[in-house]
Design a binder for this molecule. Sequence first.
Ligand code: PEP
Ligand code: MG
Length: 847
Amino acid sequence: MQKHVDTMEFIELTPGAEVKTTRHGWRAKCLQRLIRLELPVPRTVALPCDTVRAIAAGHAIDRDHLSEAFPSDFLVSVRSSPENPEWGGPGTVLNVGMNDSMLARLTESHGAEAAEALYLRFVQNYATHVDRLDPDMFAEEPGPGALERAMATYRQELDEGFPQDPVHQLAQVLRSMARAWEGTTARLLREAKGAPADAVLGLVVQQMALGIGPGLSGSGTIQFVDSVTGAQQITGRFRGQSQGRKRAVETLYLTRDPRGASLEEASPETFAKLQEFGDRCRIGLREEMQLEFAIENSDVAVIDAVRVVRSSRAAVRVAVRLAEQEIIPREDALLRVEPRALSELLHYQVDPRAPRDVLARGIAASPGAATGKLVFSAAAAQAAAARDERCILVRRETSPEDIRGMHASVAVLTERGGITSHAAVIARGLGLPCIVGCSEIQVNSRDRSLTGPKGRVFREGDLVTLDGSSGEVLVGEAAMLEPALDEGFQTLLHWADTVRDIGIRANADTPDDARTARMFEADGIGLCRTEHMFFDEDRLTVMREMIFADTPNDRRVALERLLPMQREDFKALFDIMAGQPVCIRLFDPPLHEFLPHGREGMRELAEALDRPLSEVTRRVEALSEFNPMLGMRGVRLGVTVPEIYDMQARAIFEATIEASENGAQVVPEIMIPLVSAQREVEIVKTRIDAVASAVKNERKADFTYRLGVMVETPRAALRAGEIAEHAAFLSFGTNDLTQMTYGLSRDDAGRFMSTYVNQGVYSEDPFHILDVEGVGELLLIGASRGRAARPNVTISVCGEHGGNPESIAFCRAAGMDYVSCSPFRVPVARLAAAHFALLAPRKGGPF
Ligand code: PEP
Ligand code: MG
C-alpha cells in the first residue's frame, strides 16, 4: 500500500503567507513579492520542498487535498522553483486540467482551432514528460485531425485513453517533475552550476492566463534594460494568440518600430501598464526584472519574473544606476558585481571597423584581443617574454606544464578543447585572450608551425592577432580599441575605494605598465623589476660589458653608461605615477642570464666586446652555476658587486630630484631582493645611504626615501624581526617564497605538477593559488615578527598571488597594508578588497 504524503502542504501565495526561498524556492518567493507589489499575478499555490521530496520518494498524493487546493474548473501551469534560479529544474508544464469537457468549453469561448491546438500541446507535453513516450510520436503541429491522431497514438501506446481527471493529471505532473529533479543527469547539471548535493526543489502551480481568444490576447516577455550593454532600453517580444514561449500566430514589436506593428501602438494602455509594472519591480524588488506576461482580451497578467540575464558590462551599469537612483545602497551595488567579472571589461578589442584577414575560427574562450608572435612551446613563450617580446602560445591542447608559458604569453590558442578545457580556464584566470577548439588549424609543434584552411602555413615568429571575444585568429597586427572603462565602471570602483581597507598596487616594470596602473587607479607601484629594463639591444651590450669588466674601473665606466638610461627609466615612472609610491626593486637575477648561450651568440659577443672568443667562452662558463636561482643573485650581487646597486640607487635619487622639480614630491621606495640575513640589509643600506648623501651634496637638493626588504626566503620570514630594524617596509615575494618553502623549482615544477594535483598531493598549483597553510604560515610569522620589532613597518605581498581575491582575503586577515599585482588585475583586486571589507570588516584604520 502506498503511503500518503504526511507533510503534504500547499500554500497559496498571498502577501502575508509564510513563503521561504529555502523551502518554497526562488520562484515562489519572487511571485509572492510581485503579489505584494500588487501586480496582477494569477492565483498561485506553492508546494514546499519537503512535499516535493516526499512525492518523488513515491508517497501518494492525497486527492481530496489536491482537489481542494485546485478546483478543476480552470487550467493550471506547474513550474519548478529551486532555491536558486541558476540550478534549473524540470521544464514548465502548461494547461494541466485540459480534457474533453474543457475542450468543449474553450471551443465555445475561443473557437475550435485555438482550443484544439491548446489541447494537442498538452497531450504532447503530458505524453512525453509524464508518460515518457517517444516525443517523435507526438511531433505533429496543430491542424485538422492532429488532436485525434495524438489521442489515438496515446491510446495505442498505453492501452487507455488520455486521462480526463484534472486532479489525476495534476498529481501525475507533480510526480514526474519531482522525480525529474532527483535524476542523476539533472543532479550533475545543477551541481556543475554550484548547487549543493542536497539541493531541493519547490513547485509552483498557477492558474493559467490563456493568452488566446478574442481581442488583444497573447503572451510575451519584457525587460527594461539591454542585457549586453545595460542601457535603459525596452526589449522583449509579444506574440499574439500564444502561450508561454511557444510558436505564435502574430509577433508584435514591443515599442514603436518602423519594421512593423507594435504593442505600444496596438494597446498603449497595456504597454503603459507593463512599463509601470517594470518600475514597480525595480523599486520594490530593487532589481531589473524580465517580466513574463499574458494578455487576455486586453487584461494583463504577470505570470512570472526573473532577474534580467546580463553581461558583466550590463551588471556594472545596472548596479551603479540602481544605487544612483537610491534604490539600493552603494554597498549593495558593489556586492552585486562579481570581482572576476570585471576582467572582461578591461581588455583590448579588435576594432570592428578594421579590415580582418581571418586565418581561422574557434571557440571564444576568454575575452580581449592581443597581437603577438607565434610560439609553439611554453619554453619558447618564456624565452620570448624574457626578450620582452609579445608572443601567442599555440598548443594542440594545454596541460599544467604549459601554465608558465601561458603566463609569459599575451594570448593562447589551442586546436582542441572546449570552454572549460585547461587552456580556457587558466586563460580566463590570467585575463588572457584565448581561443580553444580551433579545429580549422593543425598544430605541428615539431616543426613549430600551424596550417590553416586553404593550406596557409604560419611559423614561429609570424605575427597574428587573437580575438578571444569573437573566436577569430587574424593574420598580422589588427587595429585595437582600448578597453571600455566607462563611467559606470569608474564609479563602481571609486565606491570600492571608499570601503576597501587594503591597498592595491600594481607590479609595473615599464612606462606602459605604469600607465596601465594609473588607468586602473592602482595605489602606486608595488614592484618594479629593474632587470627587465636591461634587455633592450643597446642596453644589453653595455650590460655585458659591465659583466665582463676586468677591473672595478672598467665596471664603473660601463655602469656610468647605464646610469643615464636607468635615470630616465625611473624618471618616466615617477612622472607617470605623479607622486604615488613607486617601489623599485634593485637588480635581482643571476648575471649569467644576460649572457649569450649558444656558440653563435658567444661569437657575436666576442665581436662586440672586441675580445677573443675563448675568453668570452671562459668567462661565460665561469659565471654559470649549478643552481642559479639559489646562487649569485639578488642581494648577494649587491654585497659582492656593490657597484650595480650603487648605480641604481644613484639613478633613483637623481630621477627623484628631477621628477620632484616639476611634479609632485617623490618619495622613492627601494627594495632589496632575496635577503636572508640582517647583515645583508645593513651592508646594502650603508652604501645606499652614502649614495643618497653624495647625490644630495652634489645636487644641493633634499629628498627622502624608504628602504625596504623583499621577504622571499624562508629565513627572511623567520628573521623578519631583526630585518625590520633596518627596513621601512617588508614585501613578501610569494613566488620565490613558494619555491623555497616547498623546495620546488618555479621553472621545473610543471613537469610533475599535474600528477601532484591529480593525486591530491597538492590541492592546487601553489604557484597559482597561495598555499595558505605553509607559505601562508611564513607570511603570518614574518608579518607579526616584523610588526613586533617595528610597529609602523609597511607590509605587503608582491608575488603573483597578490591579485587573487582569495589571497587578498588572506592578506587582509594578516593585517597587511597592500597587495601588488599585475596592472590588469588591479580593478578586480580593488572590487574584491571592497567585498571583503563589506563582508568581514577588520579592525584598524584604512591602509
Ligand atoms: C617573487 O619572488 O615573488 C617576486 C615577486 O619576484 P620575482 O617573481 O621577480 O622573483
Ligand atoms: Mg623573487
